[in-house]
Design a protein. Sequence first.
Length: 141
Amino acid sequence: MTEINPVNFNGVKIKGPEKMSKAENLIEEKTKTIISKLHARAEREVPDYGDFSVVYEEFKNPDKNLSASDFMLKIYKPKNAKDEKFRCIEAVAYALPKPYKSEALIAQGNKEEILNILQDEEFLDVLQNTFTRLSANLEDM
């Protein structure tokens, strides 16, 4: 059997794909979990029409390289919305015990559109990138 040479023609060692760090993997798993929990709660607690209490899920940040201590994903109806079916999804990063937080509106629409967004495969990547950006915003405070 022929042995594979790990050095290419330019004398550079070939590396395989890099593994995610444990903290990155934990954030991905926790993000998946809050998305699925929020989807289940939204089906039950978010009405098609009218006002409702904020529905949210949150988790502690396991990655100490990020400045945020906690992350939250919430669904709410804005106070000044004229359309009674209007809903928003917002991501929030906290830097506890300091009273700092950074927020970003991710999506908006009616209940059905919000539920579809939460089930979208690309939403996990969007949310993780948003959490990273929000954590970077907290570094500037």
